[in-house]
Write a protein that binds this ligand. Structure first.
Ligand SMILES: [Zn+2]
Ligand SMILES: [Zn+2]
Length: 237
């Protein structure tokens, strides 16, 4: 196959209640499936960070951020063993749009081009940011802010002038993400299209993008996506 096959939406077991696979198993699953790279996009919201990630392990880490980064760093190591690049990323849901409150709006933002150091520094600060603050923070660092599955049940389409991209093909088998509507929104707004498996467990892989070349690092990944020479995988392959 030509091009560079990249997973752009993936969760690990110690960062997500719903994520069932550990980094070592994920690296093997993706090597077997013929991927070249993975962006690890664990959930970053107040409920998961302080309610799921931190309680059992907080005491073993210097900070909450280090605790949150553990699986990402481990996946980078495991990926290297099987020849798969692993890039930092996140699926951020600040307090103003988190699902863990009684009322809408509900939304999540995927970050591409963010580094481990930026995540370590910013992890907890994301939670209290408005969409505009998050967008401006990303924009000033060359990071792409992409709304995840904007038409999934529950989700609300946010202000598209404060986004760089739209996840048009989310292939999570357990949700109807109404991708056709996301494709239409992306076309109408001219934002950058992305896609991913929203991997949580074995068998969930198969989505992502095909890039025209291998990104050197996280910042370069954002550059490649800005070139818009990639293809978004619409059906698991
Ligand atoms: Zn999501
Ligand atoms: Zn997700």
């Amino acid at each position: 196959m030509d091009g560079y096959k990249l997973e752009m939406h993936l969760h690990t077991s110690r960062n997500s209640d719903c994520g069932k696979e550990c980094p070592a198993d994920i690296a093997k699953i993706y090597a077997d499936a013929g991927y070249d790279g993975i962006v690890c996009t664990n959930h970053l919201n107040r409920n998961d960070l302080y309610g799921y990630v931190a309680p059992p392990w907080r005491r073993f880490f210097r900070s909450i951020s280090d605790c949150w980064l553990r699986d990402l760093l481990e996946l980078k190591e495991e990926g290297a063993k099987v020849g798969i690049d692993v890039f930092a990323g996140a699926e951020v849901s600040p307090d103003e749009v988190t699902y863990y409150k009684p009322d809408h709006p509900y939304a999540e933002f995927l970050l591409y081009g963010v580094t481990v150091d930026e995540l370590r520094e910013q992890c907890e600060k994301f939670l209290t940011m408005t969409q505009r603050q998050l967008f401006e923070w990303c924009d000033s660092r060359g990071i792409l802010m992409v709304q995840a599955h904007p038409y999934r049940e529950m989700c609300d389409v946010t202000d598209t002038s404060l986004l760089h991209g739209i996840e048009i093909y989310n292939l999570h088998p357990g949700h109807d993400s109404r991708n056709d509507l996301a494709v239409e929104l992306c076309g109408r707004t001219g934002l950058i299209p992305t896609g991913g498996s929203d991997f949580h467990y074995r068998g969930g892989e198969g989505g992502g993008v095909i890039l025209s070349r291998r990104p050197k690092d996280e910042k370069d990944l954002a550059s490649v996506l800005r070139e818009r020479s990639h293809k978004v995988i619409s059906v698991k392959e």
